[in-house]
Design a protein around this ligand. Structure first.
Ligand code: SF4
Length: 269
């Protein structure tokens, strides 16, 4: 695993993510190494040639650069800040570098509205800060409740059970929580099981369909070939089938309503 310390020129970056003005990514790369990760396009942008999941650039001046960027701004940040869009801000190296914690301390000083999305229960470490934000939501992303299935697709991310436990603790501390069921894999992810497991843990839920563009598909295909060869035939076509996703969306919306959970929608590529 190659970990580099780098100096970032800017950390608060404009984003096209609906509902947000800016995104912050304390790291480039992600050692969780999910096979379907769409953020691997960052390799191209940053000149990395290593395999996705095996390198990490830690922006060690993140706290200082953010403070400088916020000091220079005139007026509030419209839409709030999303953390993080192309990395996981609570991957294991965060225990060492504490870049996310430093960033949160600065954002708290300015009471910038934030939304966090992670796969890690390390987010609980920062509960003391999160509770002090006037506007804060924390999401955990997961595709399944099945540990073995998750391990094959997300080899170094915390287990689904740990993620759900994190949601439980966040909710107990009155943090606004959401689950992002992403990516949803037909025949492997099960909306009914997921919603049952998430009952009482979340305020909102969203779903993202598996992205089958070539750059993201090959990793998924490799795991399917090795562990679920019986699913392979017609799988990619199923992932492009409108009727399949429309039906899933209807079921998810109904389950969310029954659980008194707000449905954020089903996102397709
Ligand atoms: S945790 Fe997120 S950013 Fe990290 S490898 Fe997995 S999908 Fe990509």
């Amino acid at each position: 695993m190659g970990i580099n310390k780098i100096q970032a020129k800017s950390i608060l970056q404009k984003t096209g993510i609906p509902g947000f003005g800016y995104a912050i990514n304390p790291y480039t790369g992600c050692t969780h190494g999910c096979v379907y990760c769409y953020a691997r396009f960052m390799k191209r942008l940053t000149g990395h040639t290593e395999r996705w999941g095996t390198f990490l650039d830690a922006k060690v001046n993140a706290r200082e650069i953010l403070k400088r960027q916020l000091e220079r701004r005139r007026g509030p940040i419209k839409g709030g800040v999303f953390l993080s869009s192309v990395t996981d801000l609570y991957q294991p190296a965060e225990s060492l570098f504490q870049l996310t914690r430093g960033i949160l301390e600065v954002l708290l000083e300015y009471q910038v509205p934030i939304s966090i999305l992670t796969k890690s229960d390390l987010v609980l470490r920062d509960m003391d800060l999160l509770r002090q934000f006037k506007e804060c939501s924390v999401g955990l992303s997961l595709m399944t409740t099945n540990e073995g299935f998750a391990r094959r697709f997300e080899p170094r991310a915390p287990s689904p059970a740990r993620r759900m436990q994190a949601l439980r603790k966040l909710k107990e501390h009155n943090i606004h929580t959401y689950a992002f069921i992403s990516p949803y894999l037909p025949r492997l992810s099960h909306i009914e099981q997921l919603m049952e497991a998430l009952d009482g843990l979340i305020d909102e839920v969203g779903i993202e369909a598996l992205n089958t563009k070539e750059a993201y598909w090959w990793g998924v295909e490799r795991v399917l070939t090795q562990y679920y060869p019986e699913l392979l035939l017609g799988y990619r076509q199923l992932c492009k089938n409108d009727r399949y996703w429309n039906s899933l969306e209807r079921r998810a919306r109904l389950l969310a309503a029954q659980g008194n959970i707000s449905f954020m929608g089903l996102y397709r590529h």
